[in-house]
Each structure stands twice: as structure tokens, then as C-alpha cells.
Write a protein that binds this ligand. Structure first.
Ligand code: CAP
Ligand code: MG
Length: 403
């Protein structure tokens, strides 16, 4: 049996349900279509090309329908995520002889990984920036409503969140540069609020601005954030695209890149078809995001414990010298969920709250305080109910969100 040299081959692990052909036949066709072959024999395909570039199916498990394909490294252009996707996650999903196909995992050779920049700042430096001396998760805030606030209103709320104990305040994924909230004004006002809050609290506070747009505009916005003294930007990495993200990363702006994954479920949600979030997370680490949404397990979005833990473990572990990425738990979170979340995901995360802060019956400031109190209590192993006895905001939040 063929055993690929992991330095010379890129390995794809796929779930494959064939359509009207055998598993072996479908697997061979996929390997061919995603490398040098097509639906018929080619007069143009020399022995020499085959020897150098043929992809090899080296494992087929008829029970689990999981197959493994080894791709010679020479098939790939180094440093290009679009080319990787066009090759190993492209036409194969359209083939009639495939009923279902899911790219579960990819193992990249070190030399391929090292042809990408990876995160410029990365998990450990983000934690250093915040001087998170006590080992606690960072607290992130998503501005709500998603759309509709004007820059002044957003800046006022940003200030309240920071004062309440939040570390990072970010735009929502669909807020970019609409008429009611112009990007430049938002950056100006929110950074003012950030500076004021930093002065008053003596703590580092960071606004994360959603720069998502076509590539040149996105870079313009990133540079504007930099010029105005900002420290972080957010990109909707799936909708903006990997190429755009790679171009942005190449600018080396020294800004934290927060990766929002809106639309990922089009690829990741169907367990039998598409591309797993783990594969997307690997590609995003190659491209160089610093922090990435990976799921909460217990919040409002789909995503099971095994999958989320696997992704978070990958992002925070060493990987051929590329910096680790900070995972973000987000979606449907509120104070009551903090102990459970920290028990499952640990402290090396950002916990993001939107509705769980702005939905507090006593307002955003109280909501931010309640979240901070929940984190404080959990870090000291104090049950929330007990802590809430002399922490009013947490008490109200626990009463309200349990409904
Ligand atoms: C959460 C959120 C985030 C999701 C993204 C939202 O708000 O702002 O975009 O968490 O999902 O718009 O839903 P709430 P994921 O806190 O009010 O739920 O992290 O799974 O990619
Ligand atoms: Mg959102």
C-alpha cells in the first residue's frame, strides 16, 4: 500500500457517497479531477506529467465512506489559497458520480504552510496587549442593533460597554459603510470613546471596525483605521474572500484582524457535503487572521462540542512556526452561560456578547457589568447565584435571561 511522504504530499481526508458507481471508482475520479485528469483518457497526458503530478487515493474505508487522497506538492502554487481551493475543493463537488462529498480535513506539508505569512499578531500578543494578567477570557461586545445606530449613538454605547468592563467592542457583520452610519465618522467617534474609556479605567480597550468591502476599498478602510490610531479591524472573511484577505494581510498594517465567518454554514453545516470549519480555520490561519469565530456549542448557532474543540485546539497549537489564532465564542451568549462556556472552552478565548448585553433590562452599561461580573465570579470559582447576591446587574441578568 502507498504511504505518502508527509513532506512531499498534501493529504485530503474526505467523506464520499458515490452516485451509481463504486466508492473506489468515485474516489479515483475525484483524485483525477482534482489534479491532472478529466472524464476521458488524454493524449496530452504524458508519463512524465503523471509521474510528477498524479494524485493518489491511498485509503478507502467502505464502512465510514472516508477516503484519503495524497496530492504531490508540485500541484500547488505556494502561498495561494484560491489555487488550493480550485484544485482540491473545486470541480469535484459538481461531479455527477458524487452524491455527497465533504472535505473533512487537510494536512499540509510544513514547507507549504511556511509559504504563507500566518497571523501578524496572533493569540499570545493579543493577550499581552490587554495585559490579561489574571488568566481570564477576553470579553468582546457586538454592537446591537446590527444596523440602524448612527456613529454618535454607537460611540456612546461603545463607551458604556468599555466602562462596564468589556475589552473589545466590534461592529456587526452587516454594518460596513451605510448612509446611516458612515465608516469614517464611526471610526472617529468610536476611537474617541475608546480613548476616553481607557483614560478613565486605566485599561486597554479596543474597537474592532468592520472593513468588509471589495479589496481596494477594504484596504483603504484598514489604513484609515490605522491612521486614526485604531488597533483592530474585522473582515467577513468568507463573503470578502480568501484572496482579498491575503491581499489585506500582505499590507502588514500591524492591526489585529478579527475574522467573522458569516456564510460559512453554506459550506460547513451539512455533515455529508461541503467543507468543514476545521479546513476553513486552517486556511484562515494560513492567510493570517488573528482571531476567529469558531462557535459556542451552547449558544444560538449550530456547532457541536467535538468540532469546536478540535478547531480551537488546532488554532491555539503550534503549526510549522505560524502564530496561533485566538478563538472567539459568539452567538446567543449571556451571563448565565459563562461558567459552562469556560468549563468547555477554557480561558484562551474571546467571549462575544450582543443581545446578552444590550438586552439587559437596565440597559447596555448594566449588561456589560453583568457580563464582567459573571466572568469575575467564574474565574474565582464562585457560583453565579452566590455572586449575584451582592452584584445587582448580574442578579437582574440571571433573572431576565433564564426566561
Ligand atoms: C452574535 C452575532 C455574531 C454571531 C456569529 C450575530 O450576536 O453578532 O455575528 O455570533 O456566529 O450577529 O448573531 P448575539 P458565529 O450575541 O446577539 O447572538 O460566531 O457562530 O460565526
Ligand atoms: Mg453578528
Amino acid at each position: 500500500m502507498f504511504k505518502p511522504d508527509l513532506k512531499k504530499y498534501l493529504i485530503s481526508t474526505l467523506f464520499l457517497e458515490p452516485n451509481k458507481v463504486s466508492l473506489k471508482q468515485a474516489a479515483e475520479s475525484i483524485a483525477a479531477e482534482s489534479s491532472i485528469g478529466t472524464w476521458t483518457e488524454l493524449n496530452t497526458l504524458s508519463q512524465n506529467i503523471q509521474k510528477k503530478l498524479k494524485a493518489i487515493v491511498f485509503e478507502i474505508n467502505p464502512k465510514t465512506k472516508i477516503i484519503k487522497i495524497a496530492y504531490p506538492l508540485a500541484l500547488f502554487e505556494k502561498g495561494s489559497i484560491p489555487q488550493f481551493l480550485s484544485n482540491s475543493a473545486g470541480n469535484i463537488f459538481s461531479m455527477k458520480l458524487v452524491k455527497n462529498l465533504r472535505l473533512i480535513d487537510v494536512d499540509f506539508p510544513s514547507s507549504y504552510i511556511q509559504s504563507f505569512p500566518g497571523p501578524q499578531i496572533g493569540k499570545d500578543n493579543i493577550k499581552k496587549i490587554f495585559k490579561v494578567t489574571q488568566n481570564r477570557p477576553l470579553i468582546g461586545l457586538i454592537m446591537k442593533p446590527k444596523l440602524g445606530l448612527n456613529p454618535k449613538e454607537q460611540a456612546n454605547l461603545t463607551y458604556l460597554c468599555f466602562i462596564g468592563g468589556v475589552d473589545l467592542v466590534k461592529d456587526d457583520e452587516n454594518l460596513t459603510n451605510q448612509n446611516f452610519n458612515r465608516f469614517e465618522k464611526r471610526v472617529e467617534y468610536c476611537l474617541k470613546a475608546q480613548r476616553r474609556a481607557e483614560k478613565e479605567t486605566g485599561r486597554i480597550k479596543i474597537c474592532v471596525f468592520n472593513i468588509t468591502a471589495e479589496t481596494e476599498e477594504m484596504i483603504k478602510r484598514a489604513k484609515l483605521v490605522k491612521k486614526m490610531g485604531g488597533r483592530a479591524i474585522m473582515v467577513d472573511v468568507i463573503t470578502a474572500g480568501f484572496a482579498a484577505l491575503q491581499t489585506l494581510r500582505k499590507q502588514n498594517l500591524g492591526l489585529i484582524i478579527h475574522a467573522h465567518r458569516a456564510m460559512h454554514s453554506v459550506m460547513t453545516r451539512n455533515k455529508k457535503h461541503g467543507i468543514s470549519m476545521l479546513v476553513l480555520a486552517k486556511l484562515l490561519r494560513l492567510a493570517g487572521v488573528d482571531q476567529l469565530h469558531t462557535g459556542t456549542i451552547i449558544g444560538k448557532m449550530e456547532g457541536g462540542e467535538e468540532d469546536v474543540l478540535k478547531i480551537n485546539n488546532f488554532l491555539t497549537s503550534p503549526w510549522a512556526g505560524l502564530k496561533p489564532v485566538l478563538p472567539i465564542a459568539s452567538g446567543g451568549l449571556h451571563p448565565e452561560l459563562v461558567p459552562k462556556l469556560m468549563k468547555i472552552l477554557g480561558r484562551d478565548i474571546i467571549m462575544n456578547f450582543g443581545g446578552g448585553v444590550h438586552g439587559h433590562p437596565e440597559g447596555t452599561l448594566a449588561g456589560a457589568k453583568a457580563v464582567y461580573q459573571a466572568v469575575e465570579a467564574t474565574c474565582q470559582n464562585i457560583p453565579l447565584k452566590k455572586y449575584a447576591k451582592n452584584h445587582h446587574e448580574l442578579f437582574i441578568a440571571l433573572e431576565h435571561f433564564k426566561k
